[in-house]
Design a protein around this ligand. Structure first.
Ligand SMILES: [Mg+2]
Length: 105
């Protein structure tokens, strides 16, 4: 049986997100994740001033920003476009198996 990672992220109630705003936010957060990884590795040639542990923590924080934004976009798809994320998730798992990334769940 494949290992899974289960996380629960809230539906935000202080915003009125749209498909466009969440898509832009996702790209912004993905950029911040890339920048955080770049800082760990000093990819831009800058001196690495933060410790490795702090830098890796920053990577994890930015990854959760990406995940939160993805979850927010799922709520937008469900509530504004009547998309059934559960059904799409099943198709997603089947695709992973079909492509050989996963043997079973
Ligand atoms: Mg961020």
């Amino acid at each position: 049986m494949a290992q899974t990672k289960e996380i629960h992220l809230p539906r935000l109630d202080g915003l009125s997100p749209t498909l466009e705003s969440t898509a832009l936010k996702l790209m912004e957060e993905a950029g911040e994740l890339g920048a955080a990884i770049g800082k760990v590795r000093g990819l831009s040639g800058e001196r690495v001033v933060t410790g490795e542990e702090d830098a890796i923590r920053r990577v994890a924080e930015e990854l959760l920003d990406v995940a939160q934004t993805a979850v927010t976009m799922m709520f937008v798809l469900e509530e504004s476009y009547d998309v059934q994320i559960g059904e799409i998730l099943e198709a997603h798992i089947e695709k992973l198996i079909r492509r050989g990334y996963l043997k079973s769940v």
